[in-house]
Design a protein around this ligand. Sequence first.
Ligand code: COI
Length: 365
Amino acid sequence: MSNYTIDPAVNAALAAFKLPEKLGFGIVLAPVMYSVEWADGHWGKGALVPYGPIEIAPGARALHYGELVFEGMKAYRAGTPWPNLFRPLDNCHRLARSAERMAMPVVPDELFMEAIDAVAGAMAPFVPTGGGKSLYLRPFLFGTEPGYMLRNSQTFRFIVIANPVESYASGPMRVAIERRDVRAAVGGIGVAKAAANYAASLRASSSAIARGYAVALWLDATEHRYIQELSGMNVFAVIGGELHTPELDGAILPGITRDSIITLARHRGYKVVERPIVLDELLAQMASGECTEVFACGTAAIVAPIGALGDADGRDHVPRQVDVVAAELREALLAMQERRAPDPFGWTRDVAAPPVDAPWAPRAG
Ligand code: COI
């Protein structure tokens, strides 16, 4: 029996769902979601329900003070009938660290995994396969108590929604160096996957897109000299055959894909250096050819090549090569995630079998 309730309408919602040919990223919505509430110091009983609008008090702190943290993670099913998750407990623990930074309640491991397994298990037949396609899972936790007093909410809700997706980035990205706005400062909430960080980044992202770029590159808040990350992705440079990436400076989001790429690249014989990277030095190394390639990575983006770094003066800095080391690492990572290659790091984990009372649980005979 499940520990969570299954709304009777869930089965009909799943039966009516068709996986479209064109998925995009975040456009196709899974017809189910998991929801659980926190009050009086503890979590209630979770429920798997049809995807749909939720009621929220207009005065809720999540709406006024941005009291919301979230995660992004994926289930893959290429070559296997049943889906598997990639490093799900790392997402769970990062959500816990984000919640702690924001003084919100932690979602315990068992509850987090119950929610993920419930949604991914119900969606198992609809997890798209191959070519980096997957079921993207979006767990989020937010303060629901209304009130203007500047303190944490006393009630919270944790929801997991999902989307069958293709890769977030298609082809080499043109990246706009952001020299005006700041995403996050050391001591702030940059290390947390908090909605507010993304809010701070939206003006630069919209401006970058309007100018023909895909995404903004953030610099440090103090000197505007060191590269931090792209909006929603960590960044790597190939310099003298080594991989260099900004060190986790207390403002950068510690990407799980970033960590996977570091481990995987070292395993494949690359030297990987985490250090402060001065933007102007990197641009000079791109011009001299010492830096041959730049790329980004993230759960949504997987490993995405960068075709150009565009500066505020209108100049584009173009690397000598595009998607060579990035393609090698993307393929190695995806092969592991899609279980086409061995997983020496123990990163993949089967989605748990559905509870026996779930209408979609396998029946004997
Ligand atoms: C993710 O990679 O999961 C993110 O949250 C980034 C977002 C831009 C889709």
